[in-house]
Structure formats: C-alpha cells, structure tokens
Write a protein that binds this ligand. Structure first.
Ligand SMILES: [Zn+2]
Ligand SMILES: [Zn+2]
Length: 152
C-alpha cells in the first residue's frame, strides 16, 4: 500500500469539480448499507473522514443529491453526477470524502466497516473492525485514536 501524500488533489469523473485535502483522515470506512449500495451503484461506499479545515472544493459547484434529507448532505458533481462527499448536519468538523475521487487513491484501505447486516454475500473488505450497524457515538473517539495511531 502506498502512502497518502499531502496536499492531495482530486475530482469527479468529468473534472468539472475539483477538490483538495491538506489534512490526513481521522478514520477510513466502508459502508454496506442499502443507501450506500444504491448511491454508489456498487456493493458498498468508501469514506475518508477529513477534518473540515483540511478540505476544500477548488473548482466547480457541487450540488445536493441523494435523499436531500435533513441529516446527511450528499454532494454530487452537477454534470457527471459523481457522488463526491457527504457532510452530516451538526457534525461540521469533518467531511466524509469518497476517497476514489482523489487522483491517487492507492493508499486507501477501510479501517472500519459498517452496516454488515445489509452487506452483499460477496462483499468483503480488509476492515479491522466490523459493525452490524454503526459504532456507538462514544466508540468513534477510540476508533479515531486507534486509526491515527497506526497510520502515523
Ligand atoms: Zn463531474
Ligand atoms: Zn451507508
């Protein structure tokens, strides 16, 4: 596995939206939930939780897609419709970036996987921790410490 070199740039499938990260992820995840299966058009979604002050859209205007719900704001390229990142209401200190948007995603491996209760039979990941649904809120702090400790 190669390493994440910062700053790292990325963009959507068509390149109309570009972004840059300047901080390493707090946690990396794979989510097997039905919503992620549908929005990613794939078996599961991948996320890298990037501190909000280390995340920047450098070109284009991403638009809200997905469920347009009150809690999760899913951002897409308005032209190629790539699902690029997600912001959660009330949790503005991080952005869940789809790491495959980065020009070089080769460093990425999910540290945890969530919603394995909904996963497809053949969908396996190398995640260190698996959850049938989501970790409890208080577990995230421990997971971030563990992930950032092993990554540095
Ligand atoms: Zn695009
Ligand atoms: Zn999900």
């Amino acid at each position: 596995m190669s390493e994440l070199n910062l700053p790292a740039e990325g963009g959507c499938r068509c390149g109309r939206v570009r972004l840059k990260i300047t901080a390493p992820p707090l946690l990396t995840m794979a989510c097997h939930c039905r919503g992620c299966q549908q929005m990613s058009s794939s078996a599961y979604s991948l996320s890298a939780a990037i501190p909000a002050d280390g995340f920047e859209v450098t070109k284009g205007e991403p638009v809200i897609g997905g469920l347009h719900g009150a809690d999760a704001h899913h951002y897409f390229c308005p032209y190629c419709m790539s699902w690029m990142f997600t912001k959660s209401e009330g949790m503005d200190w991080f952005v869940n970036l789809r790491p495959t948007m980065l020009d070089d995603p080769s460093w990425f491996s999910p540290f945890i996987e969530t919603w394995t209760s909904e996963k497809l039979p053949g969908a396996t990941t190398p995640a260190v921790h698996s959850y049938a649904a989501l970790p409890a809120m208080e577990e995230y702090e421990v997971l971030v410490k563990e992930y950032m400790g092993q990554a540095s």
